[in-house]
Write a protein that binds this ligand. Structure first.
Ligand SMILES: Nc1nc2c(ncn2[C@@H]2O[C@H](COP(=O)(O)OP(=O)(O)OP(=O)(O)O)[C@@H](O)[C@H]2O)c(=O)[nH]1
Length: 336
């Protein structure tokens, strides 16, 4: 059975650059991306931009997503896109510019579609329209965000830009202390930040991950560190990493073989941290990994101390004897 398809929600005030960012991601990612657009018009994605797309964007019209009378339309779109035949890696919902991120987060969390799981709110902010962003809706809108993208930095002179970045950053930090904040022009966000490599790619492509940084040189410099170990992993060490990741690690992903606690035999899990959200699931069948006992973790992030990130990842893969029962329990708390 396929694990649930992650659903990333793209929010942001009208004209902030959501569509621009989405088009950028569609052009620069190899992931299989499904798109749900909640707009008053159609998503302006031409044939060239939908390269890598498996199906047409699902369009939800008739009003702002978070104001619709029920989640029926969203559920129908998510159902359609999460069918195994499409084999999507991720679904992106582009919300209308008037949707409230906190309401969107609730809506996605409460979907009745079991084949998907929430994977965070990415909020695009137009840096030239701080008054509008902070004034009309209030900074509480940032509380639900898992990533904030400060866009249109090209439109401000350096001094003005610094002041605007500081204002928005302090407003965001007041309600969401740990959310990563990234600056972009034309929504040029590194897709690695949002779209996890497929599980099997973590296995087969981990040496290639850093290379994508130089290929997509216009992106903010996302970094990745990958580690692996042949032994079984102590679940407590793993949960310590997930709950308290190294500074700058926005995303952590891995397939791990976890030690049992005596009564339980060892098991394999897919671990995933996006922003602050942690998700753990039993690993799908043999297809996902080439060597059954190998444990692998990839971290993706910005502005970090790489040796320290590597040290923390290695530490999480340190195994040992049977796990303390509490460790297994802690890990399973994050299982859906
Ligand atoms: N100069 C500049 N223009 C940008 C940037 N990002 C987006 N734009 C322009 O801003 C306008 C609005 O961008 P969209 O991507 O359509 O914004 P949106 O958030 O999808 O808009 P709504 O659907 O109305 O909410 C377009 O004309 C974009 O070309 C940027 O970083 N710099």
């Amino acid at each position: 059975m396929r694990p649930p398809v992650p659903v990333v929600t793209l929010a942001g005030c009208l004209g902030a650059g959501k569509t621009t960012l989405l088009n950028h991601l569609l052009r620069h990612s190899d992931a299989r991306i499904g798109v749900v657009v909640n707009d008053f018009g159609a998503l302006n994605v031409d044939a060239g931009l939908v390269r890598g797309q498996i199906d047409d964007p699902a369009s939800i019209a008739g009003g702002c997503l978070c104001c619709l009378p029920d989640s029926g339309d969203l559920d129908a779109a998510l159902s359609r896109l999460s069918v195994p035949r499409l084999a999507l890696d991720v679904i992106v919902i582009e919300a209308s510019g008037i949707a409230e991120p906190t309401a969107l987060a609730r809506l996605v969390r409460s979907t009745a579609v079991g084949a998907v799981r929430p994977a965070g709110i990415v909020e695009v902010v137009d840096l030239t329209a701080c008054e509008r962003t902070l004034g009309s809706t209030g900074p509480h809108r940032f509380a639900a965000d898992s990533l904030v993208v400060l866009n249109k930095i090209d439109l401000l002179a350096p001094a003005e830009r610094r002041a605007a970045i500081e204002r928005v950053t302090s407003a965001v930090r007041a309600v969401n202390a740990s959310v990563p904040i990234i600056e972009t022009t034309q929504g040029a966000l590194d897709p690695l930040v949002l779209f996890e490599p497929r599980i099997r790619d973590v296995v087969t492509r981990q040496d290639e991950l850093p290379r994508s940084e130089s290929v997509v040189h216009r992106h903010p410099p996302a970094r990745s560190v990958a580690v692996e170990s042949a032994g079984v992993v102590d679940p407590s060490a793993l949960v310590d990493l997930l709950e308290n990741p190294p500074d700058g690690a926005y995303r952590i992903k891995g397939v791990v073989t976890v030690a049992g606690d005596g009564s339980l035999s060892r098991r394999r899990y897919v671990i995933n941290r996006v922003g602050r959200a942690i998700h753990v699931a039993p690993a799908p069948g043999r297809r996902a990994v080439s060597r059954q006992s190998l444990s692998q973790i990839v971290a993706i992030g910005f502005g970090w101390d790489e040796p320290e990130v590597r040290r923390r990842l290695d530490q999480a893969l340190l195994g040992g004897g049977p796990a303390a029962p509490k460790g297994v329990e802690r890990l399973q708390r994050y299982c859906s």
